[in-house]
Every structure is written in C-alpha cells, then in structure tokens.
Ligand binder design. Sequence first.
Ligand code: SF4
Length: 574
Amino acid sequence: MEFIQKKTADHAIEYFLLKAAEEGISLVWDRFEGQLPECGFCETGLSCRDCLQGPCISHPFRDSNKLGVCGKDKDILASQTLLRLVIKGTVASLDQLSDFTKGVESNKIKLKNKGKTDQLLKESKNLFQNGGVAIKKEFAKSMVQRWEENGILPEGIARDIFKASQKLEGGIAGFEENLLWAFKVSILAGMAQKLQGSLKKSVFGNTSPTTMEVNLGILKKETPNLLLYGSLSPVLKQKIAEAAEKKKVNVAGVCTDPYLPPYHFSPVTNYVSQEIPLMTGAVDLIVAGDQFVNPSLSHLANHYETPIIPAGGLNGEKDLEKLAKEIVEQAKKSFDFRRKIPRDIPEVKESAVMAFSPEDLDLKKMTDGLNKGKIKGIAILSGSNNVKFTQDRELATIAQEFLKNDILCISEGEASISLAKYGFLNPSRNDIELGKGLSDLLRSLGKDLPSVLDLGSSKNGGITDFLLNLAKAGKKEPGNYPVLACFAEASRSTEVAEALWMVAMGIPTYFWPSLPVAGSAKTMEALSHLCQEKFGSKLHVLTDKKMEPRIKANLMIKDLTGERGPRLSGHPWK
Ligand code: SF4
C-alpha cells in the first residue's frame, strides 16, 4: 500500500476485524492487500481484451500513442473502457425492472392501483421497444431536446444496447462518439430506475418516511435471522416478508432496497462489510441476488454453516410464493440446527428515518431557500463503499462539511446506509453540526427531520423524481440551481451509469475513485469540457489518491458557490 489507511470507520466492524485476524479468516481488506499493487494499465483504461488478437495495452506516459493490434489508440481504449462499464451497469438496472415486471405479471400479488400498474407495465415494454413514450414527457422539453440534438435520446433498450455494444466490437467511431454512446445508455438506466420506482408505488402503495434501525445490533439472538442480500425481485421480497411475519422470523437486508410497504428490511451493514454479519454467528439463512453480492460470501457462509439460497438460477423455482414459504421454513430449520453456534451480536445500532419521497418535501421552500441564499446549494450523496477507502469515512466527512456549510444533503441507496450508521438520518441526534441557514430550512420543512434526507434505494429513481420536482417548483431546470452529485466511495458499474445519468440531467458530478479513463488526456478533457458544452455540467474524475475528504468537500463547495478553486478535473493520470 502506498500509505497507511484505516479499514473502516464503523466500530462494530472493527471489532470483527480483530476477531477475523485471530481466527485466520480472510476478508475483503485482506484480499485487497493481496492484490496490491493493482494493475496500473487497467486503472488507466488503456488495456483491451475485446478480441483474441489481444490483450493489448497502450502506454499512459509516452507521447507516442502505442496502438492495439486492430488500431485502437489511447483515446479509443479509455473511452471504450468507460462505455463497457456503463453498458454493464445499465443492464443491471434493466435486469431489475425485468424481474419486477415479470413478478407483477405473474398475478400472484394484490395490486394497490391496477390501472396505473397496467400503464407502467405498458411503458416498460415501450422503453424496450422504442425508448419510452410517456416517460419522455416527464422530463423538461429543453432537456429532451438536448438529448435529441446530441443523438442520445433513447430509441429502445434492445436497439441502443445492441448498437452501443457494437462500438466495442469494431468500427471507426472516435472517442467522443464512444462517450456519447455511454451517455445514451446511461439515460436508459435512469429511465428504468424511474419506472421501477413508479411501479413499486402502484403495486405496493406510496412510501412514507419510515423509522428503522441500522447496523449489526438489529440481529436477534433468540429468533431466526434471515438476510436478503443484493437486488431481489420486490415481489419475492414481499412474499418472504409475509411468510416470515407468520412464522416469527426476523428478516433484514444487506445492499437491498430496505423499504417495501408495508414491510421494511432493516440494513444490517453496507457493501464493503457484507461478510461481517456472518461472523456474528447469528445469520441463519441468506437469500442472495447477483448485484452487490460478492462471491466470497459463500466461503464464509460455509464456515459458519449458514445456507445460501440464490434468488434466481437456471432451474430455480418460478412460483415466488412457494419459494418464499420454503425459504422461511428453511430459515427456521437452520436456526434450530445452528443452536450450537455461539451468537456474538454487538449492541451497535442507530435509528434512521428513511425513504422520503419528493412529495413528502416542500420543494418550493427549498428553491426559495436557494434563491434567497439561505442555503448555498444541494448535494446529492450517492454510491456504495470501496475497499480503497476507509469504509464510510469519505462519505461521512464530506456530509459533515456540507452540512456545516449550509448545503442541504439528499442521499440515496447505500450512501444512506453509510450515513445512517453515524446518526445523519436520526432526527434526535443533536451532535451533528448544521449551518444556521440549513438548520432553519430543515425546521421549516417539517418536524423532526434528520440532518440528511434519504430518498430510498437508488434503484427506485427517487433522485430523478426529486430533481424533476425541484425543477417544477422553481420553474427552471435542476442544473440551473447550485446542485451537485457526489459519489465519494463508489465501486460498482451501476454507480458509473448513475453518475453519467446525473451529468446528462445537467448535474455536475464528482466521482471517486478515479474512473478508468485517466490514461487518455482527451477523454478526461471531454468528460469535463465536452460534457459542459453538451449538458451544461461536468463529470469530475479526480486522480489524486491521497486527497483528504475534508479537502474534497471544500473544493466541491468552492465549485458549487462559484469561487474559483484549484482546477478539480480534466487532469491526466497522476
Ligand atoms: S479489440 Fe483491438 S485493442 Fe482490443 S484486444 Fe483486440 S486487437 Fe487488441
């Protein structure tokens, strides 16, 4: 490692790190250290194995532009590396929408609003066939027009994903065209998430802010604990929750949407520490999806005699109700079988109010607050964890700096779980420092609001709805307000697609760690200046690995308030 770094800011996790060291258990941090130094070529985006004439590399430091066997230069290699990631991340969002619509169409679930559900199912098919009809009307005309002028207005999931993936296969598209394809694909991801969120409301009913508890202390000693990991069909989750309630089984989640009315699945931990709940000895059964679930889970589960059921397999059970009942029965049996295993559950948990929807918030007061200078801006905090950073430290420090400086913080998904662990989502925590203007605004927005407002799982498009409603409330595009998005500890391809989606909506976006494009100065420049020209916002990709989170926060604040700080992005690899 180039520098010494704490593994986590979460004391509950720290306790298990010592235990793992004593027992010789290898965790994500050990595997990361085993990988160091990481492959420099891959970090720069200048490697390719798209065909069997390679793998090929270029050189990030030499002026001579070493070409791949087929002739790909540095700029093509880096821009295609980004495109590859965005396609992968977008397909993850589309897969979830597909799982959900399939579950709803099975007619095994009582719909809250049948008419609206039918409309949304039709619109999901439209998104597949022609890039959506009704959904396009929900965006400002100027935004849609901009996408159309740049050739990135979706024409249909199949067509767009097929065409974008063919850019990796060959042809003479330049690096700018590759980047625009990446943005086109990311718009599909944004639209799919927005549709998924609307479908969730029409199927299960409107969400309302809900108090739940977060962290390992929510595991039960005397009751079977069933954990849901990753993205699973909401229909399956509801069926599991129904069956578990009858059989008194505690169901909680890791990297899964925590809220599905009328049920919630309290988050036990977040992405990087997903192995740790098993080390409590108190996990009796896991149901695992694919996204956000690390393969290492099965090794550790084996060690603790915890069965894992995959949520979908080639020959998996198609009747979700039957599957849910079997899962809950197995959790009970496993609890009885595992009585001999000691349960070591730390008493660490924090209360959190989660799942606000834009309709719960007075957005006119927010735009007034911005116009009158009561608050300096709005920060959208997104993304999960990355083992390259001290777990949660970047996010929590950046949030604290923003709050002190009168910046309203909105969070989503895994970022919310990180922040919830440190009390940012707990209205009764009065040790979190807020600027005077922000404190007044939050008080005027409602009684007992937490310091940071969570808009639910990133897979439900809450941030998109928030930005669209903010634009309606203030009668101008969201990008015309001092709003930024920050992915402080990102790791997954879905987060890369979401970052591009934010930029396409006109929101300046800061992304850590550096994206694998830094080997191409032109691609770095384009993410800054081409994006500014096309969307009015930049994707800031920062290459300095040692920058402290407090400094990152202050640089973002300077950018947000229009002060000329040091140039943040557009630098080639350091
Ligand atoms: S596609 Fe081109 S650059 Fe990539 S591995 Fe094949 S020859 Fe090399």
